[in-house]
Each structure stands twice: as structure tokens, then as C-alpha cells.
Ligand binder design. Structure first.
Ligand SMILES: *Cc1c(COP(=O)(O)O)cnc(C)c1O
Length: 425
């Protein structure tokens, strides 16, 4: 996260003091670093370029669908992985080529399918036989051909939080091994369906490369079986899910070191590199769908302390930044490093850093050691560029925060803070 750093005990975002940005735009405030996003994208993309394989690098836009961020990655040549008609609309509006858009999701509506078919997108990743039949019918009605990839559930433990595993037997995603050959056979015979590929996305925040190696091996074995049926698989898609670091992002003598059970984080390019050799032997075109890894460490959420309160058992730091701004701690028990924007030599105390929302689960951090914070102090919740704003809500009729993009010595407001009048339209 080298585009966010401390200098003279002050937190910077590229060339700007975070406190200055917070004064100008108010809090809660998401701040993104353009150069960090570009760096992440290039790190993941370069091994694919070097491999000389045909590939499409589809940004999973649910991670962060701010229009300026969408445009930035589209300009870099990224495709888009979309999970709803709304995301498809955004991808088309903000510069993604139709032939680089892939549509995933267990619950596509008829209207969404028709929309995507009319737009002639590259691919539907399908998750059940029933869905394939519906796509076939709608494509037939429109007189078009739907390109589809079948999402398989390889039953691999991605060793991540249970809410973000997607490739195990008990998950709703993909098609189970026991049914997979039948589904390929049936799908291949349906009218208006061009069965082009095979897909697996086994989960999110995967920090090791082994689950990918297992998944790609599973896909290779399956392709061999499927091709024996005379079905020509042209695309292999191994999803996204590349894990990022959430602890000890910024270190300083005034910041406590965080205990981290993960001892090694694979560098971004390594997930792709680890499977490239195997993939090149399959001789297919590749699709990958990174989301979090492109944007997570390129964003911070800045908030302000409203009150401090000593309870009987613990001390609370009550802030203006709640679960409606950043849902991950309450939704996934996610851990985000929280740092003051101005470091002081106060020693550390252990506190719960909470929001103003009327829910006990409304916290940014619990039992957290941090310098002594007082009313008016600002802090930054780190690594919040992915699944931060995109999961935000109006709960408690709170206004969604503003978003700012910094680029060297320039900064731009890329989404205005919501206004109360917008709450009833
Ligand atoms: C969410 C999702 C991704 C992206 O996952 P990350 O962990 O953000 O990289 C990719 N593919 C599919 C099908 C997804 O649902």
C-alpha cells in the first residue's frame, strides 16, 4: 500500500495530506489512489501478457463500481465480470467492450438475460441446467445465439471465511461434480446455445496458490472428459478471489503490530503465474475475474471521532462512520487496520471503534489497540477499496459517503456525498 503512507506522523494519500482531504470533503470519506489501482492491475495482467496466451482480464465490478474507477480499468483494457443487469448497464456505460463482458450469478432474471442477449455480450456463466434452458428459450425467441460457460463446483476448500467460499459442496454456486457431465451433454444439444467454456470461482480472499492449482487441475481433467463427448471447450475461466493483506499495512512506532495468522501473502501476479504453465498445456483461451485484488488496497475510509465513552467493561470510540458505510466487519467479521491520520506518542489503549448506527454489530474494530483518540480526531480504515462503498447502504437513513480519487498531485471528487433530499427519490 505504498501510495498511502506516513510522513512526519501524518497520513498521506499519494501527494495529499489525508486530513486536508477530509477537511475539504468531510467525513466519512472514501479516498482511492489511482496509481495503486493501476499498479495492481498491471501486476496481475503482466504474467498473462508474458504468457502469450489469449486472455481476457475481467474486472469483477461488484468490488467497486464507481464510474471513474470503472473507466480507469476499461481504459487499461480490462473486461468486466458483472453479476446483475445493473452491473451490466454500468459496464456498458463506462467503456467496457461487449466482447469482454461476462455475466455470472445464480439468479439471473428473464429480463436480465434478455438485456444481455440484446447487448450481445461475450459470455454467460451459467449455474444450473434450468438456467441454461431458460437462456436457450430466450435466445431462440430473439433469434440469437447465447455463448455460455458452465460454472463447476470443484468442491475445493479455498481456506477462507465460510461466507466467502463458493466452491464447496454446501455452497449454492456452480454445478456439482455428480451432475456435471449430464449438464454438458444436455446443454450442448440445446438450440441457440454455444457452449464455449468452463468456469470455476472457488471463493474470495484466497491467500495461497494451492487452491488455484487444485481448481485448474480439476478443470483440466474435466475438459478432457467433456471433449471426449465431442464438445469443443474454447475458454477456461478460473475466476478471481486473489487475497490481499489486511493487517500491518502501515507500520510505525506509534502503531501497534497486529497479530496475523497468515504468514505469507502471495504477490498478486503469483496466483496467475502458478497456474499458467498448466493452463498453457490445455491450449485454451483464458478468462480471469479479479475484483478485490485490484482495488482493496487502493482505498481507505476516513472517519472522525464523535465521542469517547468508558463503559464498565470496555472503552468505546464512537465515530461518524458506521456499518452502512463499511459493512465488512459486521457481515464477515472482517478485520481492517485502523490508524489515526495524525500519530501521537500517547501510548496505546484497547478500545472498540464503533459507528452511530442502532445495531450492536455496528463496529469498525473490536478489542483494538490504538493510540488514545479524542473527540475530533480523524482515523483511516485501511484496505477498504473493495466491497466498501459497493456494500454501503442508507440504513438508519444515513447518507452514503463521498468518494475521492487522488492521482499524484491532483485529486477529484468522484462521487458526491448523498443529500437528504435523495433519500426519498
Ligand atoms: C465476486 C466474484 C469475483 C471476484 O472475486 P474477488 O474475490 O473480489 O476477486 C469473480 N468471479 C465471480 C463469479 C464472483 O462472483
Amino acid at each position: 500500500m505504498n501510495h498511502f503512507y506516513f510522513k512526519d506522523n501524518q497520513l498521506y494519500a499519494e501527494n495529499f495530506l489525508v486530513d486536508e482531504l477530509a477537511k475539504e470533503y468531510g467525513t466519512p470519506l472514501y479516498i482511492y489512489s489511482k496509481n495503486q489501482i493501476l499498479k495492481n492491475y498491471r501486476e496481475i495482467n503482466q504474467p498473462l501478457v508474458n504468457s502469450k496466451l489469449d486472455f481476457i482480464n475481467c474486472y469483477a465490478i461488484k468490488a467497486n463500481s464507481n464510474p471513474e474507477i470503472l473507466k480507469l480499468l476499461a481504459e487499461e483494457g480490462a473486461g468486466a465480470e458483472v453479476a446483475s443487469g445493473g452491473e451490466l448497464y454500468l459496464a456498458l456505460k463506462f467503456g467496457y467492450l461487449r466482447n469482454k463482458i461476462t455475466f455470472t450469478g445464480v439468479g439471473k432474471t428473464d429480463e436480465e438475460i434478455e438485456y444481455a442477449l440484446r447487448e450481445n455480450i461475450f459470455n454467460f456463466t451459467v449455474e444450473s441446467l434450468q438456467e441454461i434452458k431458460v437462456i436457450s428459450e430466450i435466445a431462440h425467441k430473439l433469434g440469437v445465439i447465447a455463448r455460455i460457460s458452465i460454472r463447476v463446483n470443484p468442491d475445493i476448500d479455498a481456506k477462507t471465511h465460510p461466507y466467502i467460499t463458493t466452491g464447496m459442496k454446501e455452497n449454492k454456486f456452480g454445478i456439482d461434480s455428480k451432475d456435471i457431465m449430464d449438464v454438458f451433454k444436455t446443454a450442448n444439444e440445446l438450440p441457440n446455445i454455444d457452449l464455449i467454456g468452463i468456469h470455476s470461482h472457488i471463493g474470495s480472499q484466497i491467500t495461497e496458490v494451492n487452491p488455484y492449482i487444485e481448481a485448474v487441475k480439476y478443470l483440466g481433467d474435466l475438459i478432457e472428459k467433456v471433449e471426449k463427448l465431442g464438445i469443443n471447450i474454447r475458454y477456461i475461466n478460473f475466476g478471481g478471489g486473489f487475497g490481499v493483506q489486511y493487517k500491518n499495512i502501515l507500520t510505525h512506532r506509534y502503531i501497534p503490530t497486529e497479530e496475523d495468522e497468515t504468514t505469507r501473502y502471495s504477490p498478486l501476479g503469483e496466483h496467475v503465474e502458478s497456474v499458467l504453465k498448466m493452463l498453457s498445456s490445455y491450449n485454451k483461451k483464458l478468462v480471469i475475474e479479479p475484483g478485490r485484488s485490484l482495488v482493496a488496497n487502493a482505498g481507505i475510509l476516513v472517519g472522525k471521532v464523535l465521542y469517547t465513552k468508558q463503559g464498565e467493561l470496555k472503552k468505546f470510540i464512537i465515530t461518524d462512520t458506521g456499518m452502512n458505510d463499511l459493512m465488512r466487519p459486521c457481515l464477515y467479521q472482517a478485520y481492517h487496520q485502523v490508524v489515526p491520520t495524525a500519530l501521537k506518542d500517547t501510548g496505546f489503549e484497547t478500545v472498540d471503534i464503533v459507528g452511530p448506527v442502532c445495531e450492536t454489530s455496528d463496529f469498525l474494530a473490536t478489542k483494538r489497540s490504538i493510540q488514545v483518540m479524542n473527540r475530533g480526531d480523524r482515523f483511516a480504515v485501511l484496505t477498504t477499496g473493495a466491497y466498501g462503498y459497493s456494500l454501503s447502504s442508507n440504513y438508519n437513513a444515513r447518507l452514503r459517503p463521498a468518494e475521492v480519487l487522488v492521482d499524484g498531485d491532483k485529486h477529484y471528487l468522484i462521487r458526491e456525498r448523498e443529500k437528504v433530499e435523495e433519500l426519498h427519490i
